[in-house]
Design a binder for this molecule. Structure first.
Ligand SMILES: Nc1nc2c(c(=O)[nH]1)N[C@H]1C(S)=C(S)[C@@H](COP(=O)(O)O)O[C@H]1N2
Ligand SMILES: [Mo]
Length: 427
């Protein structure tokens, strides 16, 4: 993964001293001219470009490793456990194809799955009964629903934090929004019986710990009972009308749209209805938790000051064109992407071609259902030939917009919802 390392090198150089990094890369006398030479076009709005910003054309990664059943364009960040993200241009479909959905495994998927024997158990202190459902009973006993639901890893965007956070260095691709099919979690919970003191549900899956120890639980997270009872919260067996891919949880998983994807348990075998906040592995400490109050970058935060991440923040992607496009001047460039906002909806997407000096409103579509991402599009004109960056910024239904720089440093690098940007050369 040499390319990966040198790419980190560029980020490290900038992190250490942005002005020196720029001088080293683009020359001391006229940084903008030097940058233009490297990018192969004049930076038309270069006078507005923030110092220390790595040009989007250089910040991209282009590595290809092939995972069976997955698009060869997915970028593998780790192969044991397997973690792979989807480059933005491969997320252009309004409904994400299964082969383009990212993979985030904390352990090793089950080696063999016998769908005839697979069963889901509902239990816990706040369950009126312990029930076991085979895949066939789930399908036969409960009504089937399909929803398009956004799945985003809480650590998506981690690579941009400074000081860096350990863990998979996700850039922008740990997100997708396929159409999921299954039964409502609430129908199954109600069938087993939910006591009044229920506050949380916690999942268990059939994956095994990376150490090989069969008794070690890889990850067991969950959501408050109110989220579990939402009509869109599914126990799913299909993506876009096909079986779940093995790495995305075959044969059964939870899907909680708009919440950190770590709550959406894969290879699902058990859901416990809890009378307290679920306490499985990766619910406590620094896992999927952020400081309850903002801290200075690099701070040591006591564990008791960390809060569990719930709904994900507003965010967007530019999925067309692919960064690096060469566009013939004089004609409009159609630009598009998606925007999402956890439990909220997206009300606006604005686009800038001059490093955020001015913004133009994009057309934003309604989601196909709650908890699904929304499509936006805009036709852009460029004043002259040269190098441009297209920045997209979404605003949610509460008026909260994406930040243009990396927000709220936290020890494990979660919730980076900074604006996405791509490079375009107009010739
Ligand atoms: N059983 C189990 N469920 C799991 C995980 C896991 O490692 N094991 N990873 C979680 C995390 S951290 C994420 S981001 C999502 C990723 O879902 P995907 O691989 O289908 O994209 O699954 C979640 N569910
Ligand atoms: Mo995750």
């Amino acid at each position: 993964m040499a390319a990966k390392r040198s790419e980190r090198g560029l980020h490290e150089l900038y992190a250490a001293d942005p002005e020196r990094a720029q001088a080293r890369l683009f020359g001391r006398r006229d940084v903008l001219a030097g940058m233009g030479a490297v990018l192969g076009a004049e930076l038309v709005f270069g006078r507005f470009m923030p110092t220390g910003l790595i040009p989007a054309a250089l910040a991209e990664t282009t590595e290809a490793f092939v995972i069976p059943g997955k698009d060869p364009g997915l970028v593998v960040l780790n192969d044991r456990p397997l973690n792979a993200e989807t480059p933005p241009h491969l997320l252009d479909d309004p409904v994400t194809p299964a082969e383009r959905l990212f993979v985030r495994n904390n352990g090793l998927p089950p080696l063999s799955v016998d769908t005839g024997k697979w069963a889901l158990t509902i239990d816990g202190e706040s369950a009126r009964s312990t029930r076991r459902y085979t895949l066939a009973t789930l399908r036969a006993r409960f009504k089937t629903y399909s929803y398009q639901l956004t799945l985003e890893c809480g650590g998506n965007g981690r690579a941009e934090f400074n000081p860096p956070a350990r863990g998979n260095q996700w850039t922008t691709g740990a997100v997708g929004c396929p159409r999921w099919t299954g039964v409502r979690l609430r129908d199954v919970l109600k069938d087993a019986g939910v006591r009044d003191d229920a506050v949380y549900v916690g999942y268990y899956g059939a994956d095994t710990h990376i150490s090989g120890d069969p008794n070690k639980v890889v990850i067991s997270r969950g959501v408050p009972i109110a989220k579990a009872m939402e009509k869109e919260s599914l126990i799913a067996w299909a993506i876009n009308d096909e079986d779940l891919p093995l790495h995305n949880g075959y044969p059964l998983r939870l899907v909680f749209g708009g919440w950190p994807a770590s709550t959406s348990g894969k290879w699902l075998t058990r859901v416990s209805i809890r009378n307290r906040v679920h306490d499985g592995p990766k619910m406590g400490g620094y896992s999927y938790r952020v400081p309850c109050q903002p801290v200075v970058p690099g701070a040591q935060v006591p564990e008791q000051d960390m809060c569990i991440i719930e709904s994900m923040p507003v965010k967007s992607l530019v999925t067309y064109p692919k960064s690096g496009l060469v566009h013939r001047g004089g004609q409009k460039l159609d630009v598009r992407g998606h925007a999402w906002a956890g439990d909220r909806t997206v009300s606006d997407v604005d686009v800038s071609i001059d490093f955020g000096q001015t913004w133009q409103p994009a057309r934003v579509r309604k989601p196909s259902n709650r908890r699904a991402w929304q499509q936006w599009s805009i036709g852009l004109e460029f004043p002259q030939r040269g190098y441009y960056e297209i920045w997209a910024r979404a605003t949610d239904s509460s008026g909260i917009a994406q930040p243009m720089v990396v927000p709220g440093w936290n020890p494990r690098g979660y919730l980076n919802n900074a604006t996405h940007r791509i490079a375009v050369k107009v010739v």
